[in-house]
Ligand binder design. Structure first.
Ligand code: PLP
Length: 377
């Protein structure tokens, strides 16, 4: 039996989502743009999904656009805000996902807008006072893009406060909610969110299905040109089964939010207690007391040859977890997120990320394995 502790990377499909998608793939193969009955049926599946996603985040149906993934949604929002809304300045953080940071690099290198990266503290928490100071200093049209929950270290940003500050200073607010939607309540009205992205495969839906929320107040042009799909906003024949799966998965996650949270938090706590009581010099990256996502536990192991081999040895032992480093030009380096929080280079970080499909036995087994893998330190 393999243990899957990499749920921040992607999640297994929920069986009910699989059933929904199989039925759509088998029966509802019409092209949603066709006006005959097969087409109309496929269209109604998409519109039902749109209605469901919109109601979960308190948006209007006309504000939801299905995409191939969150990377596409984020690119579309950020680049077309600059192109169409006269945005001259984007404020962000150093711990965003690469689909945000690389888009910002691109825009800044092309001279399309100024990019300001705020400071984060040692837990990855964005400096809100600095955000306010920067917004106060200039009234140039601004987009603020700050993620809700960090995929590597689990720290959560106070998005309602950030949204409120953006509103106060007339800046637009984009929030990458890929790691939190379906896990934490999100209300685009109360949170003052103008743009948001989500991705089905992070909440037990399929890969290749994402969405963008774009407030009706801000009209941007399409990112992909072609047919009139998604009300001219995103050309290309729709991934009907993927969209149906996305909506089904989001409905299930949202309906079970509290029980899933309690279960995942208990697994995380057990894992932490197990590690801290059996291994020496264990540290945790990101917020631990408050404002953290229960499903992400970023563990920093002490230096040593054993630590270097841990992710590989876990894999050999049947446990999938994620390394906190990336291979840049042949050299293993801490990820940009770990570097931003000042993680010590000689320590080794592994991210364990959980879902409601994990069990206590899996946690106990993994702690045991880690104990034997690190015991000669
Ligand atoms: N944003 C965050 C915070 C993520 O964790 C990810 C995926 O890891 C993405 C964006 C990109 O999502 P997708 O895989 O749908 O492109």
């Amino acid at each position: 039996m393999r243990i899957y502790f990499d749920n921040a990377s992607t999640t297994p499909l929920h069986p009910d989502v699989l059933e929904t998608m199989c039925s759509v793939l088998a029966e509802d193969y019409g092209n949603p743009s066709s006006i005959h009955q097969h087409g109309r049926k496929a269209r109604s599946i998409i519109e039902q999904a749109r209605k469901s996603v919109a109601s979960i985040i308190q948006a209007s149906i006309s504000e939801i656009f299905f995409t191939s993934c969150a990377t596409e949604a984020n690119n579309m929002i950020i680049k077309n805000c600059v192109q169409d809304l006269g945005i001259k300045r984007i404020i962000s953080t150093p711990t965003e996902h690469h689909c945000i940071l690389h888009s910002l690099d691109y825009l800044s290198k092309k001279g399309r807008c100024e990019v300001i990266i705020l400071d984060v503290d040692a837990f990855g928490l964005v400096n809100i006072n600095q955000l306010e100071t920067v917004l106060q200093a200039s009234s140039v049209p601004t987009l603020v893009t700050i993620m809700h929950g960090n995929n590597e270290i689990g720290t959560m940003a106070p998005i309602r406060i950030i949204g409120g500050i953006c509103r106060q200073y007339g800046a637009l607010f984009h929030c990458d909610t890929v790691q939190t939607i379906g896990k934490y309540p999100i209300n685009v009205q109360d949170d003052h969110i103008d743009f948001l992205s989500g991705s089905a495969h992070k909440f037990h839906g399929p890969k290749g299905a994402g969405f963008a929320f774009i407030s009706n107040e801000h009209i941007i042009s399409p990112y992909i040109h072609g047919g009139a799909q998604e009300r001219n906003m995103r050309a290309g024949t729709e991934n009907v089964a993927g969209i149906a799966g996305l909506a089904k998965a989001l409905e299930i996650s949202t309906a079970n939010m509290e029980t899933n949270y309690a279960k995942i938090l208990a697994l995380r706590n057990k894992f932490k207690t197990g590690l801290s009581t059996t291994l020496d010099d264990i540290k945790y990256n990101g917020n631990q007391d408050d404002n953290f996502m229960a499903h992400v536990l970023s563990v920093s192991f002490p230096p040593g040859p054993k630590a270097e081999m841990l992710v590989m040895n876990l894999d050999i032992a049947g446990i999938s977890a994620s390394s906190g480093s990336a291979c840049t030009s042949g050299i293993e380096e801490d990820s940009h997120v770990l570097q931003a929080i000042g993680h010590r280079k000689d320590r080794k970080t592994i991210r364990f990320s959980f879902s409601a499909f994990n069990t206590e036995e899996e946690v106990i087994m993994t702690v045991e394995k880690l104990k034997s893998m690190t015991k000669y330190h």
